[in-house]
Ligand binder design. Structure first.
Ligand code: ZN
Length: 245
């Protein structure tokens, strides 16, 4: 793989391929940095090599083959600050075993498919896919501030037993089963129906959103992580489960 392919395909800038091998469904690309070694603390170049630390990073797959970038990350001793440490890995976040480019790919796929689907496509565990999404969602959406909210529309999910009032009572007394049933429904929703005359807030959009939330929850077979579930709701309008019909 050329340096240009490593850069444009996988986001590795300034690397060259040392060897490529194939193990089952995995392609392993061993790389080497072409850049000058720098101290990870002060970013200076007054460093000497102190061994290596081999690490594997997952990148987006090629077709159905998983691709692993293998880099023996150099450890350096800095003559200015005295520390002995591994150099920075610019193409991955922290200690993650996948690249930033793979993260981006996963996020793109998640807009059209479920966590389970994406895990199968890129060949990573569901928990890893979820962590990628959760990290981004937590960064993007803090919980909304409720200061300044004047009205709240509530979509009732459970239907409470209402009192019987005039029209409903007459319907009940009429003995006509259709009227009796309708009278019961009106009485049960009385508070909600009358609320329209105080504040003209329609729960239409809310009911649509609640339906989408229910669908999402069903598709994921429920969420154990409440914080994650809340953030998923906030990003719901961007989601299209195009892959699942
Ligand atoms: Zn230093």
């Amino acid at each position: 793989m050329t340096s240009s392919e490593l850069y444009h395909g996988f986001g590795l800038e300034g690397y060259q391929t040392v060897a490529t091998s194939c193990e089952g469904t995995k392609i392993i690309v061993e790389v080497e940095s072409k850049k000058r070694l720098r101290c990870p603390v002060c970013n200076g170049t007054n460093v000497v090599r102190r061994g290596r630390c081999p690490r594997d990073f997952r990148v987006p797959p090629i077709g159905h083959k998983k691709v692993v970038i293998r880099w023996a990350v150099p450890r350096v001793e800095c003559r200015d600050c005295g520390v002995v440490r591994r150099v920075r890995v610019p193409f991955a976040n922290g200690h993650k075993r996948y690249t930033k480019r793979l993260e981006r790919y996963v996020l793109r796929l998640l807009r059209a498919a479920t966590i389970k689907d994406v895990a199968a496509i890129v060949g990573l565990g569901r928990d890893v896919i979820k962590d990628i999404q959760k990290r981004v969602l937590l960064k993007r959406f803090r919980l909304p501030r409720l200061k300044g909210v004047r009205r709240i529309a509530i979509d009732e999910i459970s239907i409470g037993k209402g009192h019987r009032y005039d029209w409903a009572r007459r319907a009940e007394a009429s003995g006509i089963s259709l009227l009796k049933a309708f009278g019961g429904t009106v009485a049960a929703h009385r508070t909600g129906i009358l609320a329209w005359y105080d504040d003209k807030v329609s729960t239409g959009p809310l009911e649509g959103t609640n339906n989408k939330i229910r669908t999402m929850k069903r598709q994921a077979h429920g969420y154990r992580d409440t914080e994650f579930f809340k953030r998923k709701i906030m990003v719901l309008h961007e989601t299209k489960y195009a892959f699942v019909g």
